[in-house]
Design a protein around this ligand. Sequence first.
Ligand code: SAH
Length: 269
Amino acid sequence: MMRAKEVKTLGKVYLVGAGPGDPELLTLKAARILGRADVVLHDALVSREVLELVAKNAERIDVGKRCGQKLLTQEEINALLISHAKSYDVVVRLKGGDPLIFGRAGEEMEALRGAGVYFEVVPGITAAMGAAAAARISLTYRRAASQVLFTTVHRVREELEIDWRRVTSTTTLVIYMPGADHKHVARLLRESGWPEDMPCAIVSAATVQNQQIRWSNLAALATEPALPAPALLIVGRVAAQVVEEAREGFWEKASARGARNEGLQRRVF
Ligand code: SAH
């Protein structure tokens, strides 16, 4: 006689990108999946407006970090994803920006693979793209940069540290998690031969109501006050035009001439 088989099938885990904050920057697919979710494990970075799209009867779990205090460890999150896939059909792991950029999705996918849980990744607009759009910086530009580096200086394992001398100043850098103190980044780049007048933009809360953008350059960056988290740094010649515009009060003059300026293009320089 054949043994009875376990009939319950495992649910599916969706690793979903919530984008940089503005709920209109969510993909249609992400919005659809949030509306069908049975359980959503989300980061602290995910905006309230995005969370409003989660199915009303879904369980929501905030697994994020607040003020450096971890609510759950990565191992606990991995274990929760697997255990919820045993009880629910649609399990959503919702992350700020894109799940595959500084999102610890690597560990989660490894754990899910190990447990034989099927998963799908739904991309989101990463903070770099949200910030570049907010600051109107073209990350590549025929005259200035043909490559972009998304990187961080925060808790990088020693063996993965970048050899900054090999990164040429024709690269646009987008530095995630720059930390409260920009001295470290400024020193690294200057010691690697990047010019002092290299333009930088500090972009805080890109695409949301309290968005702030501050321009600087490598010489001044070390003493620039940090803007509220989440913030990132864009460093490169491509930022020069924004710096020029700010200096000349270009947009203020344009709006005085009647140019329309709706939405979130508020600048703080
Ligand atoms: N997976 C996310 C990044 C997570 S790491 C993504 O793809 O965007 C968290 C860092 O992202 C923050 O420290 C900050 O550097 C950056 N970040 C996230 N949202 C941001 C926003 N709205 N504005 C500026 N930086 C942001």
